[in-house]
Design a protein around this ligand. Structure first.
Ligand SMILES: [Zn+2]
Length: 1004
């Protein structure tokens, strides 16, 4: 889903009082264990131990002002009742110093955080946050420390977040946020696959169980279990504290000590235990739920090996190298096998090393297969491994994988999650299992060790033999589709509820009803939020920081100076990488086909020029950080029917890599070649890629059900909405499936598809190009020269194709529409026509979304309705205002709640602080930093789409000036009942109910 990205950053109000890391001193409650510089990250690691409790504190000192905090506990439940996960939720529902009902969600609204969340992993639970604002950081630190160490764990919060029984029409039903969250999560085939595999691969340790909670087991959990689990696990002696940024460790430790640790004595520290080893490989068959009638090609086959603990850092790095030589790209032998073996439709999502548990695993599988192929697949995989182990690996291929490891290490990311938090999460596995996180952050000594061992050409093949071929702890899982599983699970739950119904006497029924009434009263209660610390709009910087580049020109393909094309150059701290893009403005008619996104996915995946796809894949691994073609689409700023469309051809590379300055072997020259000389003669490869695309799409669908529901609801409200719905939405999935079915009947259909793709490519080749370059300032000039040289020679002659592309002209439907999918919860959406982003009302509509969510929808949809999530928001690309729910057990009631939020705004007294919170949240998300290169690229793209700094600044000012009266005015104007369009993604079993509610039905 695209959002209207507005990149505005504060200049002032940063962490201006931070101490220089060299002046760090240790708080007396802690002892300094060591200090180590990490050159590649421009950071220093400090490791401390709390003297009384033994709590460990790792501090990554950098000059980055986006400071990060994380506290993690070793949590290893020995059942699937979800105790760790439900505790993670409930700990955030009020604590000793902050006894309000919902401090976590309240703080999200009173903060300028750049990240707030909590994670339950298989063997740890962690509470991280990040902020660029000093006051805000310490506010959040207080709330987090108190929540983790002194939560209230109120029985009604357990009932709300975890599991409870309520009586509906006098019949018992299960309710609870985690209960529904896990029902939604476990309806994903990939999750079922992973958990069934772990069940057999780990017969005795905590990984045997589902730490998130199995919906069949969650009802066994009671409140006292939660209290006991907290007491035995959330102790400083069992904790790891991790911080990143430019605040001083001393200052942080002062808060840790005063607000939490001083109140504890030494407690129990838990340790990870190795799994009991299998003495011979295991072959097992199990089932997962598939509710559609066609069961062909729906079997997963996965092989898994249990490896060494992640704390064995040298082996961990060696296995990462082994994974690379086997799987890095399509030319690597094992990936080549799973992509081309013909036994399934595509590689399994479980592929490669999984180092998220104490002991690592190696996974290799296929999906879209049949159970009877399992023997052939296993034999094929083992044959590939035997062959690989019999001789040295190609040194050039090994070198290419080492290059990828180094590039990944150096690249500063942070566009999804704060960079510092990513580093911390990378190191957390080692830290939590008594290993050394420094080995994850500072890999140079380990790489040097690898190079040493690679002197022996048989070292890597022998490693393969030891850890894979000769390792008896191997499981082969064949997971077949079971059309009755959903119904069986439902009946089992119903039987359980019937037994409860039969056992209830009147006092017990009264008690259940009393609890439901108490919970409702508690949810409705207005807390005294003044207990919680806050920042306000005064803390939002008025000054904006806009990442600015400079526009140069570039003469390409024999152009004269007058014909030169724009080159946008940006300086950024990229840690030795450069990023280069070719930007191609696409006219609207070319967009109007599902072929367009298929076409763009082929660049880098097919061969080009002299090279077949295998060679091109090898060269990408050796020379670049990847090559890709993607689309950047926005609605026109003032015309809802117009689309601003650019194709973006991208690569990145290490500036100092040996091939970088070689005109024939640089990433830049490979990018040009891979695009301009894209080959369409590898039809088997194209078919493979289409099948992989279909499988991936289907397996990811349920996790973005809310996005598809919103896209469906707003499909007629802007030109871009219509384009995305038909060309990348669920209709495009059906289109792709139909194409593949036709190709199976008639190979001529593949040839026709390929010739359409080729025609599209010819048209794209003829379009004018612009260029983007991001690098460290000292490198920009040399890279510009190189870019000019790369593109100077005339392009291979391109002729605009005469054959027009078949553009399906789909009539725009307005009906309320439901898509039936493989799921056991709903995703609901309602959309109202709104305005393009440049319209004067867009600011008030933007504020209206979080205002309705904070003030009404969060309570109605999540706390009371039991949905995992939900909200509302204006989207400048859809030119719509949209409501949505996520993993929702309800349907009609949810739509009623969407409407009720509007009624609440129009008829109930509204509070000024709620307006401030809504604006604050928008500001925090707009000001969220990205990676240095990511910010430059986003800024350049914003310009291309007409989102100029002046417009973005004006929008920010308009948002800050929105009043309560504005919200009521735009709600009355735009959110009229007659304008509403509804859409739902729902399980197949909901068809009759949806029809009764007036929905047209489509099936995936
Ligand atoms: Zn959860």
């Amino acid at each position: 889903m695209v959002q209207d990205d507005v990149l505005l950053k504060p200049m002032d109000d940063r962490m201006n009082t931070a101490l220089n890391p060299t002046t760090l001193t240790t708080h007396p409650a802690f002892e300094l264990i060591r200090c180590a510089p990490i050159a590649a990250l421009s950071a220093e690691l400090y490791e401390f131990r709390h003297r009384v409790t033994g709590a460990v504190h790792y501090h990554l000192a950098t000059d980055n002002d986006e400071n990060v905090f994380l506290v993690a506990f070793r949590t290893q439940p020995m059942d699937s009742r979800g105790v760790a996960h439900i505790l993670e939720h409930t700990a955030l529902c009020g604590s000793a110093r902050f006894p309000v009902r919902d401090p976590f969600f309240s703080m999200i609204r009173r903060s300028l955080n750049t990240f707030m969340n909590a994670f339950t992993s298989a063997d740890w639970t962690a509470y991280p946050f990040a902020s660029q604002n000093r006051t805000d950081y310490f506010n959040l630190l207080s709330v987090y420390l108190d929540a983790a160490f002194f939560p209230r764990l109120h029985p009604l919060d357990f009932a709300q977040e975890g599991i409870r029984v309520e009586l509906e029409n006098d019949q018992p039903v299960f309710k609870g946020i985690v209960f529904n969250e896990m029902k939604g999560a476990m309806s994903s085939p990939t999750d079922q696959l992973y958990h069934r595999l772990a069940h057999y691969l780990y017969p005795q340790t905590t990984y045997h169980y589902n730490s998130g909670g199995d919906p069949a087991c969650i009802p066994d959990l009671v409140h006292q279990d939660l209290v006991d689990f907290h007491a035995s696990h959330y102790h400083p002696s069992n904790a790891v504290l991790m911080t990143y940024g430019n605040l001083s460790a001393y200052e942080l430790q002062t808060e840790f000590e005063q607000q939490a640790l001083a109140q504890f004595q030494a407690g129990e520290r838990r340790h990870s235990v190795p799994e009991q080893r299998l003495t011979a490989p295991l072959q097992v068959t199990d089932v997962y739920a598939v509710d559609e009638p066609d069961l062909t090609a729906k079997t997963h086959i996965v092989m898994a090996w249990l490896l060494t603990p992640i704390t064995d850092v040298a082996t961990r790095m060696a296995l990462r190298l082994l994974e690379g030589v086997l799987l890095e790209d399509s030319s690597s032998p094992l990936r080549h096998y799973v992509e081309t073996c013909g036994l399934g439709q595509s590689p399994s999502p479980l592929l490669g090393i999984d180092d998220s548990n104490f002991e690592m695993t190696f996974l290799c599988g296929i999906q879209g297969s049949e159970a009877e192929q399992a023997d052939a697949f296993e034999a094929g995989v083992l044959a590939v491994l035997e062959q690989a182990a019999a001789q040295p690996f190609d040194p050039a291929h090994v070198e290419a994988v080492l290059h990828q490891i180094e590039l990944n290490q150096r690249e500063i990311t942070g566009d999804g999650m704060p960079y510092g938090l990513q580093l911390i999460l990378n190191g957390l596995g080692a830290a939590i299992h008594d290993g050394d996180p420094l080995s994850v952050w500072q890999i140079e000594p380990l790489l040097a060790g690898l190079r040493e061992q690679l002197q022996d050409p048989m070292w890597l093949p022998n490693l393969l033999r030891t850890h894979l071929l000769d390792n008896p702890h191997r499981v082969r899982l064949t997971l077949t589709p079971d059309p009755d599983k959903t119904e069986r699970d439902r009946l089992a739950e119903q039987a359980r509820l019937d037994a409860i119904a039969a056992s209830l006497d009147e006092p017990q029924r009264a008690q259940i009803n009393q609890q439901a009434a108490d919970l409702l009263a508690r949810q409705a209660q207005e807390d005294d939020l003044s207990i919680l610390p806050k920042v306000g709009l005064v803390d939002v910087p008025a000054e904006l920081r806009v990442v600015r580049g400079e526009t140069h020109t570039l003469q390409i393909g024999g152009q004269t100076e007058a014909q030169a094309v724009p080159l946008y150059r940006y300086s950024a701290g990229t840690n030795g990488l450069y990023y280069q893009q070719v930007l191609i403005n696409v006219p609207a008619p070319l967009l109007n086909t599902p072929l367009f996104s298929i076409y763009s996915s082929l660049v880098g995946e097919l061969g080009a020029g002299e090279w077949d796809y295998l060679t091109l894949q090898q060269r990408q691994t050796a020379q670049t950080g990847g090559i890709s073609l993607g689309a950047s689409l926005r609605s026109h700023i003032s015309d809802a029917e117009k689309i601003s469309a650019w194709l973006v051809l991208s690569t990145k590379a290490l500036v100092d890599h040996p091939t970088s300055t070689d005109a024939d072997h640089s990433a830049m020259s490979l990018l040009r070649l891979a695009f301009e000389q894209l080959r369409f003669d590898e039809s088997e490869r194209i078919l493979e890629l289409l099948q992989q695309r279909q499988s991936r799409w289907q397996s990811r669908m349920a996790s973005s059900g809310h996005a598809y529901a919103m896209q469906t609801a707003s499909r007629s409200l802007s030109g871009l909405s219509a384009h995305e719905y038909h060309n990348t939405g669920l209709p495009a999935l059906l289109w792709l499936r139909a194409q593949l079915a036709q190709i199976e009947q008639d190979r001529g259909a593949l040839d026709r598809l390929i010739s359409d793709l080729k025609a599209l490519h010819q048209q794209v080749l003829a379009l004018p190009k612009e260029f983007l370059l991001v690098a460290e300032p000292a490198r920009l000039n040399a890279l510009t020269t190189q870019l000019g040289t790369t593109w100077q020679a005339a392009s291979s002659p391109t002729v605009a194709s005469s054959s027009a592309i078949a553009a399906p002209n789909v009539p725009v439907a307005e009906a309320d529409l439901a898509w039936l999918i493989q799921a056991n919860v709903q995703f609901c959406a309602a959309a109202y026509p709104a305005v393009p982003v440049d319209h004067v009302d867009s600011a008030a509509l933007m504020v209206l979304g979080p205002y309705l969510r904070n003030g009404f929808l969060h309570r109605a949809l999540r706390e009371q309705g039991g949905a995992y999530g939900g909200g509302a928001g204006y989207d400048g690309n859809a030119c719509a205002f949209r409501f949505h729910s996520y993993r929702d057990p309800r349907l009609a009631e949810t739509f009623a709640d969407f409407q009720a939020s509007i009624d609440w705004l129009m008829t109930q007294p509204q509070q000024a602080y709620q307006l401030e919170e809504a604006i604050l949240g928008l500001m925090a998300s707009m000001d969220k930093p990205g990676s240095p290169a990511g910010e430059a690229i986003i800024s350049a793209h914003a310009m291309l789409h007409g989102r100029t700094p002046a417009r973005r600044q004006a929008l920010r000012q308009a948002i800050l000036a929105v009043t309560l009266a504005d919200l009521q005015r735009v709600a009355a104007l735009y959110l009229q009942p007659s304008l509403r369009r509804r859409a739902v993604l729902a399980p197949y079993a909901k068809q009759a109910e949806l029809e009764a509610l007036g929905f047209a039905i489509e099936r995936v």
